[in-house]
Design a protein around this ligand. Sequence first.
Ligand code: ARG
Length: 440
Amino acid sequence: MPITTISADFVAWFRSVAPYINAFRGKTFVIAFGGEVVADGKFVELTHDFNLLAALGIRLVLVHGARPQIERHLAKNNLGDTYHQGIRMTDAESMQCVKEAVGRVRVEIEALLSMGLANSPMANADIRVAGGNFITAQPIGIINGVDLMHTGSVRKVDVAALNDRMDFGEVVLLSPLGYSPTGEVFNVTLEDIATATAIALDADKLVFLMDTDGVQDKKGKLLKELTIAGAQAVLSGKRKLPDDVSLYLPCAIRACEAGVARTHLISRHTDGAVLQELFSDEGIGTMVVESTLNTLRAATIEDVGGILHLLRPLEAEGILVRRNRELLEREIARFVVLEHDHRIVGCAALYPFPDEAAAELACLAVDAQCRNRGYGQVILDHMTSLAKTQGLKKLFVLTTRTAHWFIERGFSEADVSALPAQKKSLYNYQRKSKVFVRKI
Ligand code: ARG
């Protein structure tokens, strides 16, 4: 990019990524993608993104699938695709096809990961790809009288060997195969390999690239964040889920329950989806976590900096009255903060007037990047119940610009004279704020 075209946006964007770069260095991510990604010719861009992650010091385990390639190979050899209860049956002949197809896909991936062309994002890249007998598998066995033969499941992951490779700065590429102590090879699903590996490595993230944008609700709206309970509810609901969701969401739950902090389900069709998911707060797909990342709590003196950061833009726009640091420090006990992913994204303060059984809700603010997520409502509900527990009967706000938001939530306009006496004497007539009141 020529220097002259570097915009302020670029600089702001680059700076915004710094917290993630710091947080991810030395962390272990397991990223799984189906053979479709390679078959579609989309793998080049994905390689560039993996290269970037590796360059940032992330310990990477890539897990590839080969389903379409195996199917093609079986068809070419006039071998049928036999499934029993959704699981592929692999006899000795089909196992031959599986080995060939998986081998080919693996070679193609290794070739792309070896690129280092000048004038490409891979310039100066020097990815070393590691492979080996890291996965021990066992036969799935006989289900309802049907022997699945060479179809296996993960029995053990060689964690020490994987960590050795990553300690050397190598990127591990796992194929959907496992070996047994008797020298047999088993056909294993990529999701089983990825999930078992993420759990065994105690990985920080497990990522599945899939056909849909993530998990959607009944109305087709993307669910950006799901707790284990939320994910279970999606699976036990009546609606028909897309195949990939039925395949990967249970894996996300399994990983999460076993201590993998975050599993991300993202689209394989969106260019740069991995980067968008990992290096933004909002992400682009669905993230499955043990419990919600939002916490609403009483503010402490350590939060003053974060609150100021949140309030400054609103003060500059004249939406909130300016509060200096000293005032904020003095009144911090009146504040609550809403944290998302350990970052303060909202706040509000409650000033009770017990003589009038009323309270002022002040300083209600939500980070501009986090609008339309319902955070304002969460804070308002919390402050309402806080006021109720103090025996107060009325909540009022003074606002110049956000009247509608409050009206939609049951507040109605009142005269300045309706304010508690003490507040009335402080009313700033120049600001011409409107007063809104709601019974609680
Ligand atoms: N970038 C952050 C991470 O990787 C947050 C991603 C949030 N994604 C989402 N779908 N809600 O942990």
